[in-house]
Design a protein around this ligand. Sequence first.
Ligand code: S3P
Length: 434
Amino acid sequence: MPQRISPAGSISGCITLPGDKSISHRYAMLASIAEGDSRIRNYSTGADCHSTLNAMRALGVAIEEQGTEVAIHGCGLDGLRAPATDLDAGNSGSTIRMLSGILAAQRFDTRIGGDESLSRRPMARIIEPLSRMGASIAARDGRFPPLEIHGARLYPIDYPLPVPSAQVKTCVLFAGLYAEGETTVREPVRSRDHTEIALREFGADVRIAARTIALTGRPVLTGRDLTVPSDLSSAAFFIVAALLLPGSRLTIRGVGLNPTRSTLLDFLAGMGAAIRIAEVESRNGELAGELVVTSSPIHGGTIEKEITAALIDEIPVLAILGAASEQGLTIRDAGELRIKETDRIATVAENLRRMGVQVEELPDGLAIPGRQRFHAAELDSFGDHRIAMAFAVAALCADGESVIHGAEAASVSFPEFFETLRNSTTNASSAIDF
Ligand code: S3P
């Protein structure tokens, strides 16, 4: 369904956002292989995290949902059952990559695939370490979904990650849960550490020294009561809207502030953004707090090296901010963006051009001059949730009504996105009336 977006005056009030997608996946998988019951509050409403719940159900785990609260009756490390049919990861790279670590260690075979976009995403990055651990995995053309995973006895490895990927790190650590002895993962740059925190929360023995994570296999994981903080990557769309729309003052409650994710806030503050952080608390080892964002002039700058990896999911919406910034924004070292749900370098550049915004596509990034205006346009999500939401923010700043085709893609991580946006923005003409 296309969404029509009119220019907005400002964005204000107090909003709460769905639970963090990364944390929801990890809690659901670990609760399923823990002993006893877990209760997860504020579980992500996104379709991706429901792909994970449905895959766990197909593996024999009893799961009940009441609104955003999920009860999972864990069946222990060895309690999963062979699914009757293929597992469907939908659009979710996290589901297929992280769950494969668990599936590789089962006494049964599974086949797991997903939608057209997922079927184009590279899986060699998980097949390689899992094969070294003793798993046997067949893939389309040796590297794309669907995967046929022949469960086997796994052995621990010491694995230097060739790509900076929290999904691959998690896959290896989850497989390491089933291997007798110590599994070690060495990261080239520190990626989000929700897995390490969640593993400890469920009772696993995890040792972390700088960028090296070591896990002892065959732990007893125990069911837990958990609360998921709201998703900072979803908050990013609202933060950028509040920074760009003059007169905005937006409060976002209970947002995840894990330091391996909150580089976004440091980066924005460094570019002049007025963002106040308050009410910080720790829940299940994860930090969460309130953000108050006030519209601010943004200097612009460069995103490169390890900062690129830390901001990877936020780059589409930061590109919008960059075009409106004083000096523009250059993004480098972002080759990973080309293998996300879409080639996000290409899809961001295409939509920016449709809005009359000048942009240079680089092999590993984008160069976006500053002080540009957004013109109303027919835009496309290209089936990518973050592209749909990033360009909804751009459309709020445009000179007329824009249309986003394929806007329903937002439901992959944030089904309530357009409703929340509508309820918190004033339209441009009423803003002028003030
Ligand atoms: C995720 C890790 C990142 C990120 C994705 C979620 C995770 O992917 O882009 O949205 O939950 O571990 P990579 O592991 O491919 O970098």
